[in-house]
Design a binder for this molecule. Structure first.
Ligand SMILES: Cc1cc2nc3c(=O)[nH]c(=O)nc-3n(C[C@H](O)[C@H](O)[C@H](O)COP(=O)(O)OP(=O)(O)OC[C@H]3O[C@@H](n4cnc5c(N)ncnc54)[C@H](O)[C@@H]3O)c2cc1C
Length: 460
């Protein structure tokens, strides 16, 4: 019998499976698609490298760094290119270079003088009531003022969550900010004090691999070997006397002592129906509005902007179709052929889901117009490709904490059944890897606890 069956072969499922396999457990990953990786897909197109989903991993992620080393990927690791000198926000219809630290906004005129004075007053704002329904926008407006929230925080939320600051729960999406306010009464003072106390501040260092983020799931899949089966869509999970039965239709049934559901939340909801209704409802309540990525390659001379940064984010008030863009060929080497540049534009999310459903040709045209306007890109791109994600990133809205508490308590009701994925500890690849490893440890504990019970029943 398989020790642990993992349903879903994205980075979360593969990382959980690899952690278990390294502990000598028999694992089986069942992936619906013909290839593993889920969101993490890197594709070479005529000498360009397109990231369909994630393009960076946070360098402070211990889980990602350990995996890179264990899988022998360190030689191909690449840090952000030397050309990444700035970050940009769109303001008054053009790209505006912004400081790396929030307080750096005080020294720029991206925000009005009134808004900058309001930011300065943050330490004087009294601590808020413990309001678990407070949105990111409410929290940040209360502490830093409306203009900072609308012109800095909301585009950041669009970049990280493909969400809206007025919809996402601050407690679920940015728990560290809430923690700073509770402990120090002020975010500014809290960050300052934490620094003095020697705490490691969140770093903005990012990395990838020469072959793109897809390098990681590909290497995990190779390492897992025959323990990965693709083209297998799981339909149902049932509890059995010895653990669980997994029904994968024509692909067959699989018995496992433990199961980790590592799919998107809406699939987890379907699989948990009939096993644990409360958990199924909790997963089903997590929205994931559609997203689309338009990847455009140009000859260098077609683009006027120096592209000397990561890319740009767009505040909602700018009324643009793009939520943001990345300067892919500046970020990492080898993303465009000699003499060319690559730019990726992001559409949709909670801000404008209808845009992410437009046909590829329309999205390419929209991206072309936006890039012409914002970075001076002229003429036809040499490469243009669109990736639609009908269900993009999970939205950590009001009640998210209650939902994840139910999902994390799943194994209390049904020992041996776990969920993992980007809707639990954060949407980033780094958060997924950390969460997957924690679930693997919980599954190992469960296997260790259940082993003597099985032996005793056999002896009888
Ligand atoms: C456009 C985009 C850009 C992003 N950019 C970044 C970034 O730069 N940095 C970053 O850190 N993060 C980024 N993210 C977020 C990050 O990529 C994802 O949160 C993460 O990859 C999710 O991994 P996962 O394994 O949890 O889920 P998924 O990747 O969704 O994997 C779930 C898997 O389950 C499989 N599955 C579904 N149903 C079944 C079934 N019935 N049976 C078997 N298998 C099934 C699916 O086919 C899929 O392979 C981005 C995401 C997107 C979409």
């Amino acid at each position: 019998m398989i020790d642990v069956a993992i349903i879903g072969g994205g980075v979360s499922g593969l990382a959980a499976a690899y952690a278990l396999q390294r502990q000598g457990r028999r694992v089986l990953v069942l992936e619906r698609q013909a290839r593993t990786g889920g969101n993490a897909v890197s594709e070479r197109i005529d000498g360009f490298l397109m990231e369909h989903g994630p393009s960076t991993v946070a360098a402070e992620s211990t889980a990602a760094c350990e995996l890179s080393q264990a899988l022998g990927l360190d030689a191909g690791k690449c840090d952000l290119g030397a050309g990444v000198r700035r970050r940009y926000l769109v303001g008054e219809g053009r790209l505006r270079g912004i400081p790396a630290h929030p307080m750096g906004f005080l020294a720029t005129n991206y925000l009005s003088l009134g808004a900058r004075l309001r930011m300065l007053a943050e330490p004087l704002v009294p601590r808020g009531a413990d309001d678990t329904r407070e949105s990111i926008a409410e929290f940040c407006t209360r502490r830093f003022g409306r203009e900072f929230t609308e012109r800095v925080i909301d585009p950041l939320v669009a970049g990280i969550y493909a969400g809206r600051a007025d919809e996402l729960s601050v407690g679920a999406a940015f728990p560290k900010l809430v923690g700073l306010e509770r402990r120090y009464g002020s975010i500014t003072i809290g960050m300052f004090r934490r620094r003095l106390e020697g705490a490691r501040m969140p770093s903005s260092r990012l990395f990838s691999w020469q072959g793109g983020i897809g390098t990681l799931p590909n290497a995990l899949t190779r390492a897992l070997g025959e323990s990965v089966r693709t083209g297998v869509a799981v339909r149902r999970i049932e509890a059995s006397a010895s653990g669980f039965m997994i029904d994968a239709g024509e692909a067959g049934s699989f018995a496992a002592r433990s199961v980790i559901v590592a799919t998107q939340p809406h699939v987890a909801a379907r699989l948990l129906e009939g096993v644990d209704e409360a958990a199924a409802d909790a997963a089903g309540g997590i929205a994931a509005p559609p997203l689309a990525v338009a990847f455009l390659g140009y000859r260098r001379e077609q683009v006027a902007h120096p592209l000397d940064g990561l890319g740009f984010l767009v505040p909602q008030g700018e009324a643009r179709s793009l939520t943001g863009a990345q300067f892919c060929s500046t970020m990492f080497p080898g993303r465009a052929p000699q003499g060319c540049v690559a730019v990726a534009g992001y559409f949709g999310g909670a801000r404008a889901p209808h845009l992410a459903r437009l046909p590829a040709a329309e999205l390419i045209e929209l991206a072309r117009q936006e890039f012409a306007d914002l970075i001076g890109a002229k003429g036809e791109p040499v490469v243009a490709r669109v990736r639609h994600w009908p269900l993009g990133l999970p939205q950590y809205r009001h009640g998210h904490g209650d939902r994840t508490a139910v999902l994390e308590g799943l194994s209390g009701n049904l020992p041996g059944l776990f969920v993992t994925g980007n809707y639990l500890a954060g949407p980033s690849v780094a958060a997924c890897l950390g969460q997957a490893q924690a679930v693997a440890v919980a599954a190992l504990d469960r296997l260790a606890q259940s082993a003597p019970a099985v032996r005793i029943s056999l002896l009888r």
